[in-house]
Structures are given as structure tokens and as C-alpha cells.
Design a protein. Structure first.
Ligand code: DAH
Length: 345
């Protein structure tokens, strides 16, 4: 081979090499190009192997051309490598990018059970008058559920509560939240403003308006000089907050062994506004709670001196209130866990 041919072949090799480098699209193919052109058995080495056949004075010139070709290819390889690296980085960043402008994935939100919701609303209203929520146990002693509340064993007043007894003598499922009054009085010094929401149990035949399991909220206020007028004012404020400002209310005489005097507290029927309908048994009124002035015997059983302290108490049915708030016609739905019902709240 003569000088001219060799120079031309080197120029061709450079052109072909540059093109191969430019069209390599990933690190592996770029490496293959490098090996093919610049490797130990690559094209450049092979071509330069022919240098020995040239006259001695031409050899350095070919060597210089060969070096320039090597340098050009090496520079191109480096450039291409950098391009491929940054393209790979771009691709990774694009792939991993978080688009913070996308709407979030909605997650399923539950809602409060209507009874819990109603209990909280009751607590919120009485809370504005300084009443604090306490909790009593669901399994009670006969003493606190009855005797301390002025209902002795075998007293006919027990017939007011159809009771579920436990296997443990002297223990039962509380029939009302009133035993909570005893807990609070024994543990708290007056002034007392307590609210005791909770589940109660009675041995009842279940129908649309009776369950063997239901909820009550007990209220208890004890202080010096507490009067029935305080009770009346508080209950009116509660009824108006719960059922609207204009809703008429009334006290009727009632009987409970643990209060004297005792009353039933009625609100005008929220279904017919007093005209008379099946919901209010055509009376125009609905009883939402029982109440009265705490009996001196009960105060004493709670460890308080009835000469010094007076108090009032009330017990309202959460289920009843919830029925009126939401227009529900069967209390059994509260405990059936039917999502079609529960999802409406
Ligand atoms: N414990 C009564 C019941 O379950 C309701 C009640 C009436 C509670 C009068 C009271 C009250 O605190 O003063 O029927």
C-alpha cells in the first residue's frame, strides 16, 4: 500500500467511525463501536499494521494521521457517551417525576354512626353550659343500678326496668345510665355538671320502637342552691338548640324513685307541629327525657349532704333524639349495620 491509499483509507475509517458513533443509541452499542474501531484488534490498529510496507520517510506522516484519527474518534466517543448519559438521566427523571398538579387519589371516608353523631351533638350543647362527659361501666352492680338510686330489692318500682342479669350475683347489665350519677357523686366534689352517655340493656321484646340495647345520656348537676328553675331553663335551651328556637316545650308530672319531684319533658311533635299524628300518638307532644330534683336519699348515697347540696338529673334516650333528628322510623336500623342505611349519614 502506498502513502496515498493508506491516507485515504484512514480518512474513510474516520468518517465511518464518526458515523457509527453518532448512530449508537445506547452505552452497549457505543462500546461495541469503540472496540471495533479503536480496540486492540480494531480497524485502526489493523490499518496501521500496513505502515511497515511504506518507505521509512512516509511512516511518521502516516503515524501522525493515524493519531489524529484516533483522537477524533476518541473525542467523538466521549461526546456521545456524555449525550447518552444525560439522555438516560432525563429519561429517568421524566419517568420518576411526581406531577404535583395531579388531583389526589380520593380515599374512602367513613362517617359517624347516627347515634354517635347524636350523642356528640348532645354533648356539644350541654358542653356550652359547662357539662363534662364521663363514662360509666355497662356491667353494673345491683347496688348502683337500683339500690343507691332509691330502689330497694323487691320494691315494685323495679318493674319499670326489665333487667338482664349476669351469672355473677349482684351484677347486671345496666338498665339506664343513672348509676353513673352515683359514680360521679362518689368521685367528684360539687359543683358537679356531668354528662354520661352510654349503652343500656333491657329484657324487651324488640320492635320498631323498642330494642333490648339502646343509648341514653344522663345529666347530673349538683351544687348549693340548685333549683327546678335551673333544670327547666337548661332543658329549654337544649330543646331549642336541638329542635329549633320556636319549638314549644312542657313539663309533665312523672315518677322516678331517684328524683323528687319528677317530670317528663316534652317537645311539641316535630313531625306534625302539634296537630296530632301517629308519631306523637295524636297528642301533639313527644317525651324526650325524664328528669327531676335528685332525691335526698340518692345524694346521701353519693356521699353528699342533702342539707347543703341540691341537684337535678335527667335521662334522655339518644335513639329517640336521633329518630326525630333524621326522620328514622325503625330503631332496629341503628344496630343492623346495613351500609345502605349507614351511608346516608
Ligand atoms: N333512668 C331513667 C330511665 O331510664 C331516666 C331518668 C329519669 C333519668 C329521671 C334521670 C331522671 O336522671 O332524673 O327511664
Amino acid at each position: 500500500m502506498d502513502l496515498e491509499t493508506l491516507s485515504a483509507r484512514l480518512a474513510e475509517l474516520q468518517a465511518a467511525g464518526l458515523e457509527a458513533i453518532a448512530s449508537a443509541t445506547d452505552p452497549a452499542s457505543l462500546e461495541a463501536v469503540q472496540v471495533a474501531y479503536l480496540g486492540r484488534r480494531g480497524e485502526l490498529k489493523t490499518l496501521l499494521g500496513g505502515i511497515g510496507g511504506l518507505p521509512a520517510e512516509d511512516r511518521p506522516r502516516v503515524g501522525a494521521i493515524g493519531n489524529r484519527v484516533r483522537e477524533a474518534l476518541e473525542a467523538a466517543l466521549q461526546g456521545r457517551q456524555a449525550e447518552l448519559d444525560s439522555a438516560a438521566l432525563e429519561a429517568r427523571l421524566a419517568h420518576e417525576a411526581v406531577d404535583v398538579t395531579l388531583p389526589g387519589r380520593p380515599f374512602r371516608r367513613g362517617s359517624l354512626h347516627p347515634l354517635i353523631e347524636t350523642n356528640r351533638e348532645i354533648a356539644r350543647i350541654f358542653g356550652q353550659f359547662g357539662f363534662v362527659v364521663y363514662e360509666g361501666p355497662e356491667v353494673e352492680t345491683d347496688v348502683r343500678n337500683f339500690q343507691a338510686l332509691n330502689i330497694p330489692p323487691d320494691h315494685p318500682a323495679r318493674d319499670l326496668w326489665d333487667t338482664l342479669y349476669t351469672d355473677v350475683p349482684g351484677h347486671l347489665l345496666r338498665t339506664h345510665t343513672s348509676p353513673g350519677q352515683i359514680h360521679v357523686m362518689q368521685q367528684t366534689a360539687p359543683p358537679i355538671r356531668a354528662l354520661l352517655p352510654g349503652r343500656c340493656f333491657r329484657y324487651e321484646a324488640v320492635d320498631a320502637s323498642h330494642g333490648f340495647e339502646f343509648f341514653q345520656v344522663e345529666g347530673l348537676m349538683v351544687d348549693e342552691g340548685t333549683t327546678m328553675a335551673d333544670l327547666r331553663g337548661l332543658l329549654d335551651a337544649f330543646a331549642h338548640a336541638m329542635f329549633g328556637r320556636a319549638r314549644p316545650t312542657r313539663f309533665r308530672p312523672g315518677y322516678y324513685p331517684f328524683t323528687e319531684p319528677s317530670v317528663a319533658f316534652d317537645v311539641q311533635c316535630v313531625v306534625c307541629d302539634g296537630a296530632g299524628c301517629p308519631s306523637c300518638k295524636r297528642t301533639g307532644w313527644m317525651t324526650i327525657l325524664g328528669a327531676g330534683m335528685v332525691h335526698p336519699v340518692v345524694l346521701r348515697n353519693g356521699g353528699l349532704d342533702p342539707e347543703r347540696y341540691q341537684g337535678f338529673a335527667f335521662g334522655l334516650g339518644t335513639d329517640r333524639i336521633a329518630i326525630l333528628r333524621y326522620g328514622i322510623n325503625d330503631i332496629r336500623m341503628f344496630l343492623e349495620n346495613d351500609l345502605r342505611f349507614l351511608e346516608q349519614f
